[in-house]
Design a protein around this ligand. Structure first.
Ligand code: T1G
Length: 689
């Protein structure tokens, strides 16, 4: 065995040369790995005893892409194109041996090889679109030549990781070898290629599938139309489609040039910068500075949930999905029956669970009217009404019932977890696990650390959240935690702007065009304007009161802020406009013209400011955690990074501060700039330091 460099070695297995990469954690195509590949190819081609070459990786996965940390930095080492040309131009067959995930540049390296083999558990994909990019090393030109333009478009615009079995069916891999025996399987396959004199298959030369699509521009038009809603606001999906079009309409080398040009445009754009930031922010959020990764984890093999309502049922599904039995506790039989029935219908409606899986999961779900049924649970999650007295009563009873070492969690969306913990003699076991509705779908989990929560309970909760497929962010105890607290700042401004002359549909349009899935007023109409509204007590004190008194309670009554047609399509309402104008006039406020720019600034800058307050109070570890919360729980468009990233890199903190001060002067200390914001601007720094 020859060490090519610190991450690559070359060895021979009989008459097969083997290039082995070993660059943890995911063999990303760093300069070292590229140099290793170039050196390994040279060694194999110079090795007269090697008749074929296998490229394989140590560790958890085959190459999982270009090294994202190198983007934007100076180009070092061999270029990826040189490496690919050496592989594709090799006079000896080169076989990629795939395990784990061959992604992005990793799959592009494999596509430059003459053959690919994989173990059954392997997956392949070109997920660059999730980073606001496109496959920039020939992937958009080689993939459609193997799987056809339609499938290629689906893969590069979804970023899906395609299982090996499907890759074999599509011709993306040539053979599935035995799990755990990848090297042997690949070497045997390489020998077969030589023994059967199989050609040095260059994907770039297989034009049949792209030529067949030539003269059928409807393929692309239909695809764009079918996905317009999903791609709204994103640049990368469209750029990916253009590259596949180039693969169909241009010769390979020309297509490569188109790909490189479009790749360069995306790489230097703000959308990709935001999405790359998001990639690392998600992984950073899992790291708690004072809770080392090796802090003991409490085994969670049985979960109890109190409250079988919408949240309780959705939460239960997360654990049932990963094989953990759940007991749902309710106070009344019909509420329990209803809760269990909803879980079953959720599974039956969902496309993710096959009937036998639904039965398996439902068999792990039990119900009880007796909280004592939770005595041997490792984790109990309370998901009942947001009333402190009810929660404290439940926690004091759980304290008496649950075994030592059990985690007692509350799903409150903003109540004081320290106070809830004070109802027990084991506050170190109490934590907030704030799921978002629908809890079996929404990715975000706010893990709320109370003053006395132990590090074991925190580490267990963070690790468990990953197991149930959630993106967790650790937050501190304060009203509304991180997500709802910042939402409060935006909602407050939206209401105030309406009071100053802006119409709800103008405010919604500005936020929708910014990239939010829906504006605050359309959201209120969807949820129902009468949440928390009491008819008997209503005195028309707010615009919402007046609308509710007029039975305009939202989509469910066909009218709220908007009017809705029979297909629930919203239209600005002359009735609401009249209500607002009369209300504003009656309150003596001089309504004024408000520009879209002011609406955007007024809705978003206070969010940045509130985020800064959260950071200075230590209620979030880092600004990127706040962005992870807003991207995964509140619809902040990922191509805009998050309120903190956007505030710093797009709006600019000096501008945010200037406006906050201007508004403080004009409208009072609700707009008082956070001390952290003042300091960072004074020091010319950002939230990342
Ligand atoms: N570059 C640099 N670091 C990476 C990386 C990458 N491509 N992928 C993962 N990491 C780090 C990650 O930050 C974390 O670090 C550790 O590896 C484990 O990751 C030219 C332009 C492979 C499915 O988009 O999807 O190729 O936090 O926690 O859950 O066309 O990582 O431990 O310090 O996510 O097991 C295209 C990105 C790049 C794949 C593994 N490739 N990675 O998931 O572990 S662009 C991707 C993933 C490109 C070319 C273009 C996942 C994974 P740390 P992890 P995991």
């Amino acid at each position: 065995m020859t060490a090519i460099n610190e991450v690559t070695d070359y060895s021979r297995d009989g008459d097969v040369g083997v290039i082995t990469l070993n660059s943890p954690p995911v063999n990303a195509l760093s300069a070292n790995v590229r140099d290793g590949l170039a050196g390994g190819m040279k060694a194999a081609l110079d090795d007269a005893g090697a008749q074929s070459i296998v490229l394989i990786c140590e560790g958890r996965t085959f190459i999982a892409g270009a090294d994202i940390t190198e983007f934007g930095g100076p180009q070092k080492g061999a270029s990826l194109f040189e490496v690919q040309d050496a592989i594709e131009g090799s006079t000896k067959p080169v076989i990629a041996a795939i395990h784990g995930t061959a992604l992005g540049g990793g799959l592009e390296v494999a596509l430059a090889c003459h053959y690919r083999v994989a173990v059954p558990s392997a997956r392949c994909g070109l997920p660059e679109v999730n980073l606001g990019l496109l496959p920039g090393a020939g992937g958009t030109q080689r993939l459609p030549r193997i799987v056809g333009p339609q499938k290629a478009m689906e893969m590069v615009t979804s970023g899906q990781h395609v299982p090996a079995k499907e890759c074999l069916a599509m011709g993306l891999v040539d053979e599935i070898v035995e799990e755990g025996k990848l090297r042997d399987g690949a070497v045997a396959f390489a020998r077969k290629v030589v023994a059967e004199h199989r050609p040095l298959k260059k994907v770039r030369e297989s034009n049949q599938k792209v030529e067949a699509a030539r003269g059928h521009p409807e393929i692309f038009a239909d695809f764009r139309k079918a996905n317009a809603r999903r791609f709204r606001g994103f640049l990368a999906p469209e750029y990916n489609i253009r590259c596949i079009e180039a693969a169909v309409n241009q010769p390979f080398e020309e297509g490569l040039k188109t790909e490189r040009k479009l790749f360069g445009e995306l790489l230097t754009g703000s959308q990709s910068a935001a999405q790359r930031y998001g990639f690392f922010a998600e992984r950073q959020a899992a790291k708690i500075p004072d809770v080392p990764d090796d802090t003991p984890v409490i085994p969670v093999n049985k979960v109890g949930i109190i409250g079988a309502g919408t949240m309780g049922g959705g939460i239960a599904m997360n654990f049932l999905n990963i094989g953990i039995p759940v007991t749902l506790v309710e106070v009344k039989q019909e509420a329990l029956d209803r809760g269990l029935k909803v879980v079953r219908s959720n599974y039956e409606r969902s496309r993710t669970a096959r009937p036998e899986e639904t039965e398996a999961r439902m068999s792990r779900l039990s119900g009880s009217l007796d909280m004592n049924a939770l005595a041997d649970c490792d984790l109990v999650i309370e998901a009942v009404f947001e009333r402190m007295d009810i929660k404290k009563d439940i926690f004091s009873r759980l304290d008496a019932i649950c075994k030592p070492g059990a985690i007692l969690a509350t799903n409150t969306s903003g109540l004081n977890v320290d106070e809830i913990a004070s109802a027990t003699k084991r506050p170190e076991a109490v934590i907030g696990l704030h799921f978002f509705s629908p809890a079996n779908v929404m990715k975000l989990l706010e893990v709320v650390r109370a003053d006395r929560t132990s590090k074991e309970v925190i580490n267990t909760s963070m690790k468990l959240s990953r197991k149930i497929g959630k993106i967790a962010a650790l937050v501190g105890v304060c009203p509304g935690f991180v997500g709802n607290r910042i939402l409060g700042a935006r909602q407050r401004e939206a209401q105030k702007l309406m009071f100053e002359g802006a119409m709800p549909w103008d405010i919604d349009r500005v936020l929708y065009d910014f990239g939010f899935p829906m504006g605050p007023f359309a959201m209120s109409d969807l949820a129902g304007l009468d949440i928390g509204w009491v008819k008997e007590k209503s005195k028309g004190e707010t615009i919402r009161d007046v609308l509710c008194e007029m039975d305009r309670r939202g989509q469910k009554t066909g009218a709220g802020y908007y009017d809705y047609d029979e297909n629930r399509v919203a239209r600005p309402s002359p009735v609401t406009e009249k209500v607002i104008k009369e209300f504003v006039a009656k309150s003596g406020v001089n309504a004024r013209e408000i520009t879209d720019e002011e609406i955007l600034e007024r809705c978003l800058y206070p969010m940045v400011n509130e985020g800064a307050k959260i950071l200075e109070e230590g209620k979030a570890i880092r600004a990127s955690d706040i962005d992870v919360v807003w991207q995964n729980g509140y619809g902040w468009p990922v191509y805009r990074g998050g309120p903190m990233w956007w505030g710093e890199h797009v709006a600019g903190l000096p501008k945010v501060l200037e406006r906050m001060k201007e508004w403080e002067g004009r409208m009072g200390d609700t707009y008082k700039p956070a001390a952290l914001l003042e300091r960072l601007v004074a020091e010319g720094k950002g939230f990342g330091g």
